[in-house]
Design a protein around this ligand. Structure first.
Ligand code: SAH
Length: 250
């Protein structure tokens, strides 16, 4: 029901996203994809996804569209749910959790305007899929995941797919990743109630931060925060969304 509510909120605010269900939930139990074989039967499904959900819904950056075409999304999803990998919505990936809808991944990627030399921080590795999409467009992705099992399985899939420009770390991403800061882009795929100050601090001048902000398990606002050359901050609310909460370790 909440999903339907989100659907209508999203549709009202973003006509281009008419069929989008802006739900982007968490990911658990992705441990079995390491030995998965790529399967060309998924190619047609991925093509349709790109045509109908990505290009067809207003994602204009050709590099983003191409990255969505290249990354084998099904390999980031447990075998039991893999047949639904290219569906227009979040897909359950174990323990009641889901991986984000493809459109949301593409939208967030486009909004941060990735450039080939960029260094990116992602908070919330989950399955590793968003990191893989970004890694095709930028120089390096540093991604932090609170849940060790998720971090391990994401790292394994990314290694299997031969990504060399992604570094995965287990830990709390609330404080960013100071050792690798500053970043051109920070992308947060779990929702804090307020924007973590360290993530703004770790943005370069000219940097872009995309983050869903709001209460736990309620409608949140996707915010695009930009730091200009003088260090001034400008915030734009992009769309209502729902992500799992950004959690803090006990
Ligand atoms: N980007 C992911 C989806 C992430 S779902 C993908 O492409 O699959 C959100 C993730 O954020 C979950 O895996 C959750 O464990 C993680 N998370 C929640 N709080 C966190 C925190 N404080 N630091 C790092 N990761 C966190």
């Amino acid at each position: 029901m909440l999903r339907q509510l989100l659907h209508s909120v999203a549709s009202a605010r973003r006509p281009g996203a008419l069929r989008a269900c802006l739900t982007a939930l968490s990911c658990f139990g992705c441990g079995d994809q390491v030995n998965a074989q790529d399967d060309s039967s998924y190619d047609a499904a991925r093509e349709t996804m790109v045509r109908e959900q990505i290009a067809g819904r207003g994602i204009r950056d050709a590099r983003v569209v191409e990255a969505m075409r290249q990354v084998p999304r099904h390999l980031f999803i447990p075998a039991a749910e893999r047949a639904r990998a290219y569906d227009d919505g979040p897909v359950p990936i174990g323990q009641g959790q889901t991986i984000s809808q493809p459109y949301i991944v593409a939208l967030m990627t486009e909004l941060v305007r990735p450039q080939s030399g960029d260094r990116v921080l992602e908070v919330g590795t989950g399955s590793g899929y968003q990191a893989a999409v970004l890694a095709r467009l930028v120089a390096h992705v540093y991604t932090v995941e609170l849940e060790e099992t998720l971090a391990r399985s994401a790292a394994a899939v990314l290694r299997e797919l031969d990504y060399k420009n992604i570094t995965v770390r287990t830990g709390d991403g609330y404080g960013g990743w100071p050792e690798h800061a500053p970043f051109d882009i920070v992308i947060v795929t779990a929702a804090p109630e307020q924007v973590p100050p360290a993530l703004i601090e770790q943005l370069k001048p000219g940097g872009r931060l995309i983050v869903p902000v709001g209460p736990r398990f309620q409608v949140q606002q996707l915010q695009l925060i930009e730091k200009d050359a003088s260090g001034a901050i400008r915030t734009r609310e992009v769309s209502p969304v729902m992500f799992v909460p950004l959690r803090r370790p006990q």
